[in-house]
Write a protein that binds this ligand. Structure first.
Ligand code: SF4
Length: 59
C-alpha cells in the first residue's frame, strides 16, 4: 500500500498522527507518511477520511 501526504495541502492539524501514529508523523508544520509499510497496523482509511483538506492519498 502506498500512502502519501500532499504537503502543499496539509495544514498541520495533526489529525492523521492522532488517528494513525504508526504511519504518520509531523515534520515541521506538515505531516508525512513516515511508515507507509505499517498501514495495516492502524486505520489509514479513516485518517484519510478525517483529513480536513483531503491531503492524504492511499493507493
Ligand atoms: S490530517 Fe491532513 S491536514 Fe491534518 S496533519 Fe494530517 S495530512 Fe495534514
Amino acid at each position: 500500500m502506498n500512502v502519501e501526504v500532499n504537503d502543499e495541502l496539509c495544514i498541520g492539524c495533526g489529525q492523521c498522527v492522532d488517528t494513525c501514529p504508526e504511519v504518520f508523523g509531523m515534520v515541521g508544520e506538515v505531516a508525512m507518511a513516515m511508515n507507509p509499510e505499517r498501514a495495516g497496523d492502524c486505520d489509514v482509511a479513516e485518517a484519510a477520511e478525517l483529513c480536513p483538506v483531503n491531503a492524504i492519498t492511499i493507493d
